[in-house]
Design a protein around this ligand. Structure first.
Ligand code: SAM
Ligand code: SF4
Length: 324
């Protein structure tokens, strides 16, 4: 079992399989001039499989595939199929922008993927283009419909950005009336790849909640599941529910059960740290499984208390190179 130096059990791995993406969400990466990782910098599927197997043997029971956009990496379904065969992996899930996802949904279901996080910051086609710099909202909506028709649970991720999509909060909430989805509003974090901090952070979780409450005063607080990063709510009579993720305010660090591995193999024990150990390099330099897991355990035993402490020694990168 992996337990950190603050007594938190680590059982959840977020694995970013690529830094590349077919969208250019402005809060995640610049439109031009991106320095993509070379093929040799990326962890190979064999390397990722070795690391995930080791981590599962040590107590990881949930893996989320993320990126960049997972579906732009060649042969991703073969990798997902291989992961689905690992025993003791209780939950295999992924986060996607939904542009290339729809044709893979029956296969995802076959491999036991029971829930998918789909990113959608607006239901308006022009605003979608303004935010992502691509005209792909219809493809994303099609993915949403396909996921629901295949009975895969859907969480919709919407980053709330001052001056960009706050008028979308209520239409996204309204989706929960007839759709059994969980709409999750995420505070914007300073990971846009430009190195610049957010100049005006106005939309914290309290302001998001207040905005929803003004239209839905009867909104109920739901109990938050263990390790939940979201505050959860439901509007009476609605099929779906609502989550608000205080990703920037960082009120959930005390129960954090997750680690991240970036596309180039950097282990992050906090979203806000700059990476604490390169597991790809450990593998490539011939370390045994025991040596690799010893180093990972050591890193977990030196974990920052929270995101504020972790942030002190790190620069902000693009979220596509972290995985969200
Ligand atoms: N490409 C996939 C997608 O967009 O769903 C997976 C990777 S993306 C980096 C994972 C999640 O991080 C998405 O839901 C995205 O909205 C969120 N994200 C990216 N940059 C962010 C930022 N600066 N602040 C808050 N959330 C962010
Ligand atoms: Fe791509 Fe996801 Fe980043 Fe948007 S948030 S640019 S879809 S990796």
């Amino acid at each position: 079992m992996l337990i950190d130096n603050h007594g938190r059990k680590i059982n959840y791995l977020r694995l970013a399989v690529t830094d590349r993406c077919n969208l250019r969400c402005f809060y995640c990466m610049p439109e031009h001039g991106i320095d993509w990782l070379s093929r040799t910098d990326l962890m190979s599927y064999e390397e990722m499989l070795r690391i995930t197997t080791l981590l599962i043997d040590s107590g990881i029971s949930k893996i989320r595939i993320t990126g960049g956009e997972p579906f732009v990496r060649k042969d991703i379904m073969t990798f997902i199929a291989a992961l689905s065969k690992l025993s003791n992996l209780n939950e295999l899930t992924l986060t996607t922008n939904g542009v290339l996802t729809a044709p893979h949904i029956p296969e995802l279901k076959k491999y036991g993927v029971k829930s998918v996080n789909l990113s959608i910051d607006t239901l308006d086609r022009e605003r979608f283009y303004a935010i992502t710099r691509r005209d792909e909202l219809p493809a994303v909506m099609n993915t949403l419909q396909e996921l629901l028709s295949q009975g895969i649970a859907v969480k919709l991720n919407a980053v709330v950005m001052d001056g960009k999509n706050t008028q979308d909060i209520l239409p996204l909430v309204a989706l929960t009336k007839d759709m059994p989805v969980s709409v999750r509003f995420i505070e914007e974090m300073p990971f846009n790849g430009s190195g610049n901090a957010i100049t005006s952070f106005k939309w914290d979780y309290l302001k998001i909640l207040e905005t929803i409450k003004q239209s839905y005063p009867l909104i109920n607080k739901l109990p938050d599941p263990p390790y939940s990063t979201s505050y959860n709510y439901q509007i009476p009579g609605h099929k779906g529910n609502i989550g608000i993720i205080a990703a920037y305010t960082r009120s959930f660090c005390g129960t954090c059960n997750r680690i991240r591995i970036t596309p180039q193999g950097m282990l992050k024990t906090c979203l806000y740290d700059g990476g604490v150990l390169n597991v790809r390099d450990l593998i490539r330099s011939g370390n045994t499984n025991q040596q690799v897991i010893t180093q990972i355990t050591h890193a977990i035993h030196h974990r920052a208390k929270d995101g504020h402490e972790a942030e002190k020694n790190s620069a902000h990168e693009s979220m596509a190179a972290i995985g969200g």
